[in-house]
Design a protein around this ligand. Sequence first.
Ligand code: UD1
Length: 363
Amino acid sequence: MKVVNVVGARPNFMKIAPIHRRMQASSSFAPILLHTGQHYDEKMSSTFFVELGLPQPDVYLGVGSGTHAEQTAAILIKVEKFLLQEPADLLIVVGDVNSTIAASLAAAKLRIPIAHVEAGLRSFDRSMPEEINRILTDSISDYLFVTEQSGLDNLKKEGIPDDKVFLVGNCMIDSLVEHLQKAAELDMLRQFSLFARGYALMTLHRPSNVDSRENMRKILRALEKIQSDMPIVFPIHPRTRKMLTVLGLDDDMAKMSNIHLTEPLGYLPFLNLMSQAKLIVTDSGGIQEETTFLKIPCLTLRENTERPITSELGTNQLVGMEPEDILAGYEKAMNGFAENAQIPPLWDGLASKRIVDILQQVN
Ligand code: UD1
């Protein structure tokens, strides 16, 4: 089976890596790794290939940044051109980024079957570009691989036939399980002069947070208190770095001397820091899941989540953007909120095996 495995942006790499490598090791599959180039900085992209044991992409489309329409359209055109030259038996997309919907759409029009990994997640917030990407990708996919029960429920409500849908667990957790030991061998604490469980780790990149001066100022106000209690390490996304300057907030950030800004970190250094932190503050999707698996308290600076199991069973609290709500969540987190959290069913490091086994059986 000739399979095109598509990646584009940072959170895609750790989801595709375990699937691609299993396919490489099987005589039933001839996997091709296609990178759209949505993320292109070394620290947002190539570092991850090396750390995750992924080969260099077989195809690199180099689409880069742009408006949503520009980026999505550029990927659509280039993926179609590639698929016309190299007809495939299956195209696999992961997650909810612009590369996910654009590559799927190209394949759907060419009648190439599509597998969507991380299907069925819904925030029910259509102001998020990812929500549009999720709904559209699921509606044209042939195999929908789901990470949690809410995904099954959502797809049923949307009328997707049951025989296309498979609860398999979480490929991002497969990568985490595989790399945790290697990450533990790094000495990141010394690099930042930290103690285990004595610091917070933060990521922030969602346009609804970082493109708004009002919201950024609210978040900074809450951080002021947290950083007075413990150091905060903040590997900063290129978009966020740019926006701090555009919004005139560089000085407000610099004033908080216990916040350590760094370049985006690689997968292993970030995993090392995440697994030893006292607290994670984030607006990422995947980090809500990784902290649930690691049983580290997580404050998610959003009003909703497409991954509800992380707050139902896991260590996640949705705290929004209001400083008092963030700090109330912080107090709870410091007072043992996450102590009885559980790891969701099938988040066991074997999701990619289930996916590859299913694809082998049905083809
Ligand atoms: C994308 C995904 C988002 C995901 C995030 C993880 C979409 C709609 N969004 O958001 O779901 O959580 O990736 O990081 O697909 N930039 C660089 N270097 C890079 C990449 C981006 O400097 O390598 C800057 C550019 O200014 C670019 C901006 O970041 O315009 C945003 O990049 P883009 O790919 O549009 O979306 P992300 O915010 O990264």
